[in-house]
Design a protein around this ligand. Structure first.
Ligand code: IPM
Ligand code: MG
Length: 358
């Protein structure tokens, strides 16, 4: 029996999480594993109900679960709240930190058939299969923040950026281990020509590289990486980088896969793993059944792989997604002429049926 905390959150979160649960239930039907889902409030929905975006009960539930399935949080309704009560800063970041989820895996894969869904030329993105490892509990996101008044009547704002050897080492080792299971290529992304934390980052990577002689290590400045990702993305196998660079580069890399609606993520490294799509709550399309549930369904596959060690089951979900796309079914974010457009629920149903029939 696997205990899963289900946190739909806000906006399209409440539409896509049930579709991932459908996929997991299909896995139960096929393999007999038992998944027990307990739903809890997070984000704006939690603020509206109990006055805080990360209620104690939600955190407690997460801590005693075997894995967490999260939809998305935030929206314009909560943007004017004091910073500590906003869904992002008040719920998502503390959840990552409290659970020790320092390793964020974002696989950017171009599924067959989606070559035309991207704004980038087909010949450039053909064959894209990149794993980005983003450090998730350090850096600017968690550094001390302050404001002060200046003599000229303005203000000065400060965010501290710091990384310790320990924090860098553990994520980079993680990335090396991941590279060993793939094509043995690791690209470490930093800004070592300017930033001190990046210089330490690079030193640590150069040191660790000696332990992984079988993996080809390269270093790239983040600005160059942003360019290389759209110039020649197939050069990358595994990318490892710090928190904020990883945030920015993975939104960019999502476009290599056709839509950010395809980008799954796993946040691990602590006692319990957190699985969520890399996209946000998309308030503009919420409640219209237009959301693409595939990133969340693929995140459920990552849960099976990384939290429960159920490789066959994880691969089956991925194969079901591939099959549905190859057969020409699309959600509105992926639409091209000649393809059959499904709504969120229809897409979830179809993937679940493939899990049972493939
Ligand atoms: C992500 C998101 C979050 C982040 C936001 C919602 C705080 O953009 O998971 O990439 O910046 O980490
Ligand atoms: Mg982001």
């Amino acid at each position: 029996m696997y205990k899963i905390a289900s946190l739909p959150g806000d906006g399209i979160g409440v539409e896509i999480v049930p579709e991932a649960i459908k996929a997991l239930n299909a896995i139960t039907e096929r393999f007999g594993h038992k998944f027990e889902f307990t739903e809890a409030l997070i984000g704006g929905a939690a603020y509206d109900a109990v006055g805080h975006p990360l209620p104690d009960e939600t955190l407690a539930l997460c801590q005693k679960s075997d894995a967490i399935l999260l939809g998305a949080i935030g929206g314009p309704k909560w943007e004017e709240l004091p910073v500590h009560l906003r869904p992002e800063v008040g719920a998502l970041l503390p959840l990552r930190k409290e659970l020790g989820l320092f390793a964020n895996l974002r696989p950017c894969i171009l599924f067959p058939g989606l070559e035309h869904a991207s704004t980038i030329k087909e010949e450039v993105i053909k064959g894209v299969d990149i794993l980005v490892l983003r450090e998730l509990t350090g850096g600017l996101y968690f550094g001390e923040k302050s404001r002060e008044k200046t003599a000229d009547g303005g203000q000065k704002a400060t965010d501290i950026l710091s990384y310790s050897t320990y924090e860098i080492e553990r994520i980079v080792r993680f990335a090396y281990d991941a590279a060993r299971k793939r094509n043995n290529k690791l690209c470490s992304v930093d800004k070592a020509n300017v930033i001190e934390t990046s210089r330490l980052w690079r030193e640590v990577v150069m040191d660790l590289a000696k332990d992984y002689p079988d993996v080809e290590t390269t270093h790239m400045y983040v600005d160059n990486c942003a360019m290389q990702l759209i110039r020649n993305p197939v050069q990358f196998d595994v990318i490892v980088t710090e928190n904020m660079f990883g945030d920015i580069l993975t939104d960019e890399a999502a476009m290599l896969t056709g839509s950010i609606g395809m980008l799954a993520s796993a946040s691990i490294g602590g006692e319990v793993g957190l699985y969520e799509p890399s996209h946000g709550s998309a308030p503009d399309i919420a409640g219209q059944k237009k959301a693409n549930p595939l990133a969340t369904i693929l995140s459920a596959a990552l849960m099976l792989r990384y939290s429960f060690d159920l490789e066959e089951e994880a691969s089956l979900i991925e194969k079901a997604v591939k099959t549905v796309l190859t057969e020409g079914y699309r959600t509105p974010d992926l639409v091209e002429p000649g393809k059959q457009v499904l709504d969120t629920v229809q897409m979830g149903d179809l993937v679940a049926s493939k899990i049972l029939s493939l």
